[in-house]
Design a protein around this ligand. Structure first.
Ligand SMILES: Cc1cc2nc3c(=O)[nH]c(=O)nc-3n(C[C@H](O)[C@H](O)[C@H](O)COP(=O)(O)OP(=O)(O)OC[C@H]3O[C@@H](n4cnc5c(N)ncnc54)[C@H](O)[C@@H]3O)c2cc1C
Ligand code: SF4
Length: 509
């Protein structure tokens, strides 16, 4: 079923549309809100800047080509000083199309911290549980089956267990996963229950219109309401569009939503739009084994240890340890060495194990839009560099306990467990190691009007008919991977919007 209208196929120079509810962005937030509102009977239109890439459409293409096609800025979105990469999807389904499918509910300590520190309502685990259930029923997170665990994940798991560290097999939102190992390139057999496979076709079935290739560029205001959104169509004819609606929901993700508001010269009283950026920075330490591992086969991210997670205790430095291998280009990109040394390591590719160590950082970034681009100012703190170094030391112990011959962190190699003490914050300094983030959040955070952009249910404080429903509204770090929580909060926001419109008698139909 083709549930997407290809907006870029238009030959009209100027398009004018009208709908009851207009949603900008088709990722975790936009798709879920779109479905529940369409199901409640509203006329919903979802606009997406990226294109539709059905399962199999990337078959036979190179990883570099796929990343350039499916990711924001061709997967080269960097911070201002060019030492941290921030990944996001740009496609029907948003980042859920290319993500690792890992699903966690919010840890209880984090939910309690949100409630206490940011005075948000309705975000305790008890409050959110009915919305998690609604979402989980559709995307079906399930424990990764044993047969799809590759040697890479088995090594990590054995290491966690021998160290007597807390551990588990990841829940992933998949249905008939065969463990091909290509999640970040999208799923060629459609086994990942990303938004393009679940909530978006369901929204379409319930009457929503989903248009690809339509990028919103500006919000036009009339008094304290949004009158319309204007934008450009990604076609050669350079068409433009405007869309009028009674209610607007911004769901472009934690980088693009503040950019859209800033470009529209919208300023709120809190001054927080674009601030408080969190990304969950990570690195990929690797280890060389004598035996062949072929880590690129099997489910990429399948096991975890939260032994050092310390959720809710900022001062302890929160670390998540994952078994993870990222395909050929992704993992070769992380390999240690230059010149001959790099060549030697590349020749040993089939013997490499890899982990993803991810931290809950103390750094907070700022996004500032210009007319045609945007700047992401984001620098790790000294404390974050030390936390990353500690994470690398922990994972080194795991790999050496399982017989690794060498352990690589950035461009340095370590030959035994005693060596690991040499890994320090200095090794995490700019340009010494690839630091990546794929969980941007917090840049239009929820809370009280004086220090936040939206209320606890996504309504922009100062705008009558404007909502935000994506990772930008999270009040603080989710502690763990965020997609499930973004979806649950989107379901909650959709319910609130429905109740509000009905109570005001603003339903047209
Ligand atoms: C490689 C990778 C791996 C990840 N792995 C996991 C994981 O395993 N588990 C997990 O929980 N999370 C994971 N994440 C993060 C998770 O996918 C995101 O947190 C989540 O999808 C964010 O939801 P969102 O709605 O805020 O934005 P997105 O899902 O990113 O969707 C935003 C959409 O809006 C569109 N858009 C933006 N601006 C405009 C505009 N002006 N006009 C029209 N359209 C616009 C974008 O093109 C995009 O498609 C991963 C992310 C990446 C990139
Ligand atoms: S491992 Fe392969 S089959 Fe399984 S969800 Fe990822 S891309 Fe799809």
């Amino acid at each position: 079923m083709n549930f997407v209208t290809d907006g870029s196929a238009t030959t009209d120079k100027k398009i004018s549309l009208k709908t009851e509810i207009c949603i900008i962005g088709s990722g975790a937030g936009g798709a879920v809100a779109g479905f529940f509102l369409a199901q409640a009977g509203y006329e919903v239109t979802i606009l997406e800047a990226g294109h539709f890439h059905p399962p199999g459409s990337q078959e036979g293409k190179s990883e570099t080509h796929i990343m350039a096609t499916l990711y924001e800025k061709s997967a080269m979105q960097m911070n201002a000083s060019q030492d941290v990469m921030i990944l996001q999807g740009r496609a029907i389904g948003g980042s859920t199309l290319v993500n690792q499918a890992v699903c966690y509910r919010l840890p209880e300590q984090i939910a309690d911290k949100w409630t206490m520190d940011h005075q948000v309502e309705g975000k305790t685990l008890a409050d959110l549980s009915q919305y998690y259930e609604k979402v989980e029923k559709v995307i079906t997170p399930k424990i990764t089956p044993e047969q799809f665990l590759n040697e890479n994940n088995k090594i990590a798991m054995r290491g966690f267990k021998e160290n007597k560290w807390n551990n588990g097999y990841m829940k992933r939102n998949t249905s008939h996963c065969v463990g091909c190992g290509s999640c970040p390139m999208s799923c060629s057999i459609g086994a990942k229950n990303s938004m393009d496979r679940t909530f978006l076709p369901m929204a379409h079935q319930a009457g929503a219109k989903i248009i690809s290739g339509f990028q919103a560029t500006e919000i036009r205001l009339k008094k304290n309401s949004i009158e319309k959104i204007v934008g450009k169509v990604s076609n050669k004819d350079k068409s433009s569009f405007e869309i009028f609606a009674d209610t607007f929901i911004l769901a472009g993700g934690a980088i693009q939503t503040p950019v859209l508001l800033q470009r529209s010269k919208y300023k709120d009283k809190s001054g927080q739009i674009g601030k408080n950026l969190i990304i969950h920075p990570f690195i990929f330490p690797q280890a060389l084994f004598d035996r062949k591992l072929d880590s690129f086969k099997g489910v990429p991210q399948a096991v975890y240890s939260f032994e050092f997670a310390h959720f809710g205790h900022k001062e302890l430095g929160s670390i998540l340890l994952y078994g993870d291998f990222e395909g050929f280009v992704g993992s070769a990109f992380q390999m240690s060495g230059v010149g001959d040394n790099f060549g030697e390591n590349l020749a040993n590719f089939r013997h490499l194990a890899q982990s993803l160590v991810i931290i809950n950082e103390t750094a907070r970034g700022v996004i500032t839009a210009s007319a045609s681009d945007y700047k992401i100012e984001y620098e790790l703190t000294d404390r974050d560099r030390e936390t990353l170094a500690a994470a690398a030391r922990h994972m080194g112990n795991v790999f050496f306990s399982q017989g690794a011959r060498k352990y690589f962190v950035g461009n340095k190699e370590y030959k035994n467990p005693q060596d690991l003490q040499k890994i320090s914050a200095a090794d995490m300094e700019p340009y010494k190691i690839n630091i990546i983030g794929a969980h941007p959040m917090g840049t239009c955070r929820m809370g009280k009007p004086e220090n936040s952009v939206v209320d606890s249910y996504g309504k922009i404080h100062d705008l009558e008919n404007g909502y935000i429903c994506d990772a930008s509204i999270l009040p603080d770090s989710t502690g763990v991977n965020p997609q499930l929580t973004i979806m649950a909060i989107a379901a909650q926001i959709a319910e609130r919007i429905d109740l509000k419109l009905k109570s005001r008698g603003e339903r047209k139909k």
